[in-house]
Write a protein that binds this ligand. Structure first.
Ligand code: IPD
Ligand code: CA
Ligand code: CA
Length: 279
């Protein structure tokens, strides 16, 4: 049964900011923006920068004493208790190609602990939100992770970095977990992957080398929806930890076990010969 949640402290104002930034992204998306490059496959657009400017202005107007870390360079670092982690456009590669999977992600930490979170998908008008100890919602309705008990029955997600992609081992994990589940989706927005776990649309998600602006909001939303989030060794995640495994809780130890096997080089399925496959 769904339940209206109206006792959030920060979420109402955060939602208004995320919706405003989302509307701005949609204007750029419809107009199709020029692609610029931060690295060989690391894209950025004017939409990323304008969205971050807008968010920074709104945060500073309402919470002038709060620190802010934004992906596109926003930095207010006074060592204060509150710190925002802002991804003004998560899913830039999708956005730049006209593939409609992207969002705005706003995470707020208090003394280094995730406290409040909003992820807004303007393409579907879906706003995910959570506050520590107060539950997680999608458009105001309570959400919960799935109850899928086994990896073999699961749909999971992952992502690949655009930066230093040659050094990322994830293609091996993608291969192995694809063979041990219903499939692995690579949707292109880590924040939305996490909210998909929170809403029970995916049973799990993992990615290596993410940044706090990708994960600060999504991790809290998964936890408040009853899910489990750790590092690949099963440890609790500090806000700046970069490797993330998020699940419905039921398949968590199985995924971690698979990862240990892959890291140890055990049970790796050989790449099939395409000529054999054709027969
Ligand atoms: C990226 C997306 C993508 C993930 C990359 C991130 P950006 O963020 O979240 O899904 O695989 O690791 O860098 O660059 O679109 O904000
Ligand atoms: Ca991102
Ligand atoms: Ca981004």
């Amino acid at each position: 049964m769904s339940q209206q949640i109206d006792h959030f402290e920060f979420v109402p104002q955060m939602s208004a900011i995320a919706r405003e930034a989302g509307a701005l992204l949609m204007d750029y998306f419809r107009a199709r923006v020029k692609i610029e490059y931060k690295g060989d496959a690391d894209l950025v657009t004017e939409a990323d920068r304008s969205s971050e400017r807008l968010i920074l202005e709104r945060i500073q107007a309402q919470w002038p004493s709060h620190d802010v870390i934004g992906e596109e360079g926003a930095r207010i670092e006074t060592g204060g208790d509150y710190r925002w982690y802002v991804d003004p456009l998560d899913g830039t590669t999708n956005f730049a190609h006209g593939f409609p999977v992207f969002c705005v992600s706003l995470g707020l930490a208090f003394q280094g602990e995730r406290k409040a979170a909003v992820v807004y998908d303007p393409t579907r008008d879906e706003l995910f939100a959570a506050e520590r100890g107060r539950g997680a919602v999608l458009n105001g309705e309570r959400i919960a992770v799935s109850k899928t008990p086994k990896l073999v029955q699961s749909l999971v997600g992952t992502g690949f970095p655009s930066h230093k992609r040659h050094k990322n081992p994830n293609i091996y994990f993608y291969h192995q977990i694809t063979l041990r589940s219903h499939g692995v989706r690579r949707a292109g927005s880590a924040a939305l992957d996490l909210t998909s776990v929170a809403a029970g649309r995916l049973d799990g998600f993992w990615e290596f080398n993410l940044n706090a602006w990708d994960t600060a909001a999504g991790i809290l939303i998964v936890e408040e929806a009853g899910g489990k989030v750790t590092g690949v060794e099963g440890h609790a995640l500090a806000i700046t930890d970069r490797d993330v495994v998020a699940t419905n809780g039921f398949i968590h130890s199985e995924i971690l076990h698979e990862f240990q096997e892959i890291f140890a080089g055990r049970g790796l399925e050989p790449l099939p010969d395409p000529r054999e496959y054709r027969k």
